[in-house]
Design a protein around this ligand. Structure first.
Ligand code: ZN
Length: 127
């Protein structure tokens, strides 16, 4: 019995026609401009991004939950979300509860004086 590692599968959600339509609508609404904070680039490839990610309970097909981001902004947001998740605090979004417990090893090595009794002290009674 071998425990197979779960194969990496792209979330099927992103292949649905609903998602594609949402994605197109989000980008169309943006008017060809990146909606990233302080970005506003145009003439670049845009990605439809869920403001509140699906795993955080965001609405998948709500235009209000969509924004068009250029590659740079999208990467930055993804990285920021990941960092936030790793920190396990801040950016608490509705629906997300139960903070992930990050293992914080308080492994303190107490170097107690190692007691090494000299071997010669033991009276070996062999045979
Ligand atoms: Zn941008």
């Amino acid at each position: 019995m071998v425990a197979k590692p779960a194969p990496k599968v792209v979330d099927p959600h992103y292949h649905t026609p609903e998602h594609q339509r949402w994605s197109r609508a989000v980008i169309a609404r943006a008017g060809g401009r990146c909606q990233g904070k302080g970005c506003g680039r145009s003439g670049v490839r845009l990605f439809a991004d869920h403001i509140v990610e699906l795993r955080d309970g965001g609405a998948p097909f709500d235009l209000a939950n969509g924004q068009a981001l250029c590659g740079a902004c999208h990467a930055r947001k993804t990285a920021a979300m990941r960092a936030e998740r790793l920190r396990g605090r801040g950016g608490r979004i509705a629906g997300g509860e139960g903070g992930p417990d990050h293992p914080r090893s308080h492994a303190q090595k107490i170097s107690a004086g190692a007691e090494n009794p000299p071997c010669s002290a033991r009276g070996a009674e062999n045979d």
